[in-house]
Design a protein around this ligand. Sequence first.
Ligand code: ADP
Length: 387
Amino acid sequence: MQEILDFFRRLGDTSDWPPRWYCGRWTDFHGWLYIISDLTIWLAYMAIPMILIRFIFIKKGVPLAGVFWLFGAFILFCGLTHLIDAAMFWIPAYRINALIRFLTAVVSVATVIALIRYFHEAVGLRTSKEYDRELSYRQLAMQELSRSNQELQQFAYIASHDLQSPLKTITGYLSLLEANHGNHLDEEALRIIGKSTAAADRMRNLINDLLDFSRIGSDVALTQIDLNELMAEILEEQQGEIQATGAVIHLDLLPTIRGHRTDLKQLFQNLLSNALKYRKPDVTPTIAIRATEEKHQYRFSISDNGIGIEQQYFDRVFQIFQRLHGRKEYSGTGIGLATCKKVVDIYGGQIWIDSTVGVGSTFSFTIPKQIRTLHHYTHSDLINNLN
Ligand code: ADP
């Protein structure tokens, strides 16, 4: 113990040994060969950790960064042993030399342990060749997906479009039948015509809603949308329903956001028309449209004092064709909320419900300030690669 204390007390003391030049018989050539080689090794050992640190800082998120730091420290200490060896030709600091060697030994053992510990993880890391393969696979899958998506969209569009024409013929003939021969028909026949016309109307609504649903996300370019102006247009279009129900609408000042006009219109329109539609009988609908700005996103909510939804259906109502009420109670196609979810999903936001049966519902959703479209990713990847 005394020896150890003495060692540290006299750490910088060089009086016990002669400088290495005077220890044995060195020729100039031999000594300088030793010194220059040691200094060169030291410089190279200094450069390696610098390169590693620069690599870690540039390549943010590099896997196993801890091992990189440890490896850098190990090389740095190895370099110091060579520097001190060269310095010993003039300064016989044998105690400092021993201490540096001891620290080097500790860091070396720690590096070995870390390497063994993370070996399997390192083996699991993908090489750039493996990444390239996966990228090609994903690109192909994406091409395939967008092709089948396009096909599906085209199918939905053509089917909806083509279905509209025979439907128009049916409703046309039905009203012709009623207008020209109504006088000769009995009550039962008129009832059947009425039912057929109503069914044709429902089908038209269904086709139109499906068409809207299939069109969501087809716009590519994002533009600045003044939501106040968009909301004024929606309210104007729903004026008939608002006046008929005497609905009171509280509207916040809304932000201007980046997005696609038709998609955002669908979103606000569907939520507002649901708030009007699912009102309690004999209660004046009161609807509040709120907007709050958060750090990375906008949060919107549309609250009503309507019939409310049971908690067990909070997820189900966002699925296409899922309705909680019969046609006789409330008209509808069951596509509205699925359309809202599709729009919010495309923008990378979230949509959810808070509701109490008999009290009312609040539909909230978020829209990120920076919408991450495919274009955004390709662009930022390009910039990263250039740096
Ligand atoms: P639709 O209104 O055409 O039936 P939606 O997809 O818009 O279809 O809504 C799905 C279901 O969610 C509705 O059938 C209704 O039962 C319920 N719902 C939607 N909005 C509200 C609301 N504001 N209050 C109560 N129930 C609602």
